[in-house]
Design a binder for this molecule. Structure first.
Ligand SMILES: Cc1cc2nc3c(=O)[nH]c(=O)nc-3n(C[C@H](O)[C@H](O)[C@H](O)COP(=O)(O)OP(=O)(O)OC[C@H]3O[C@@H](n4cnc5c(N)ncnc54)[C@H](O)[C@@H]3O)c2cc1C
Length: 307
């Protein structure tokens, strides 16, 4: 039986390549100083979806919410075999916390489902920048769907039910849940396939309308807004005619209530940002015995590290 699958992917700064310019003086992340990458566990989620489509048939739609340049992860997903990619971009979504992000993503999933009901949403377990792992569970709540987090393997999808193996940290759990559902996939999930050379050639010229506008701002710095808009229309029409236009939605397209989006829809208030530098000055070996551990705990309480 074919399945309609949606994979949520996020473009993130490469936290493995942090340089001195990565943080601004005010403690916020200087995203432009860090190369952007595909959130690693989202590649495992994409691979799980592609394998399910290969064994059962169906369709894989990849969805990201972000600025125009986030379309890069959509091209990377198309290169690996996704059928469709959608860029969700809107200035009114800026400053969204995880609650607003998950509301917006749930509206987008509903919009995908207008054409054909969605059977499963697959996400990475956690994004390496925000690092909360809150977005997928909140998205499932908003969709009113069951969720299975920390999935290592999809064992079967059959008779309207998913059978999956999840890692509890202390072992594994095998469970079943009805479709539609949302799952989060860990880096222990299926190994992501490399991009195919044929697909790279087919995809490299795909662009979202917001990227076309960014390109034109650089190419026609002197032109007025009307001239740029006319050129943008010509370029997007040409891309669409060749099947190279990445669909793009804004908050109106997905029927989102603006009160739940962006700063207005974000109850999280950042009171203070602190830059914590952990300076390792040496190490102490603790014997793996009752006495060794008791001694360590005693020391940590004495110097107020814990307690
Ligand atoms: C007060 C506040 C203001 C913020 N303002 C901004 C801001 O202005 N700009 C900004 O970029 N961030 C902002 N953030 C961060 C933003 O909330 C998070 O980046 C976002 O909600 C995702 O959370 P996370 O990174 O912890 O994802 P996690 O919950 O760890 O992500 C898990 C999985 O959810 C899916 N997912 C998460 N985010 C997306 C996405 N955007 N698109 C598709 N799938 C996704 C992916 O599958 C991912 O692997 C703000 C956060 C707070 C608290």
């Amino acid at each position: 039986m074919p399945y309609n699958l949606v994979v949520l992917v996020k473009q993130v700064p490469d936290t493995k390549r942090i340089t001195g310019e990565a943080m601004r003086d005010d403690g916020t992340v200087n995203r432009s100083a860090l190369p952007a990458v595909f959130n690693p566990e989202d590649l495992n989620a994409l691979e799980a979806a592609l394998r399910l489509r290969e064994s059962c048939g169906g369709r894989v739609t990849v969805l990201t919410m972000g600025p125009p340049q986030a379309a890069e992860v959509l091209r990377a997903a198309l290169e690996r075999g996704a059928d469709e990619a959608v860029l969700l971009t809107d200035r009114r979504a800026a400053a969204s916390d995880t609650l607003a992000t998950s509301y917006i993503l749930s509206c987008a999933v509903r919009r995908v489902g207008q054409t054909e009901p969605v059977d499963m949403v697959l996400c990475g377990r956690q994004a390496i920048d925000g690092d909360t792992a809150q977005v997928p569970p909140q998205t499932a709540e908003k969709l009113g769907w069951p969720q299975v987090t920390y999935v290592e393997a999809i064992e079967a999808v059959d008779g309207g039910r998913l059978r999956a193996r999840r890692n509890t940290g202390e072992g594994v759990e095998r469970l079943e849940c009805p479709l539609p559902c949302l799952i989060t996939v860990t880096d222990q999930g299926p190994e992501p396939r490399p991009a195919s050379a044929k697909r790279i050639m087919a995809t490299k010229k795909c662009r979202a309308p917001a990227e076309v506008e960014t390109d034109l701002r650089a190419e026609m710095p002197e032109a007025d807004a009307e001239a740029r808009a006319a050129q943008a229309r010509r370029r997007t029409d040409a891309l669409a005619a060749r099947g190279r236009l990445i669909p793009q939605w804004n908050l109106d397209d997905i029927g989102a209530d603006l009160a739940w989006c962006g700063r207005d829809g974000s109850p999280t208030k950042v009171k203070r940002i602190q830059s914590v530098v952990l300076a390792a000055t040496g190490f102490k070996r603790v014997e793996p015995t009752e006495e060794g551990v008791a001694g360590m705990v005693h020391e940590l309480i004495e110097d107020h590290t814990i307690g």
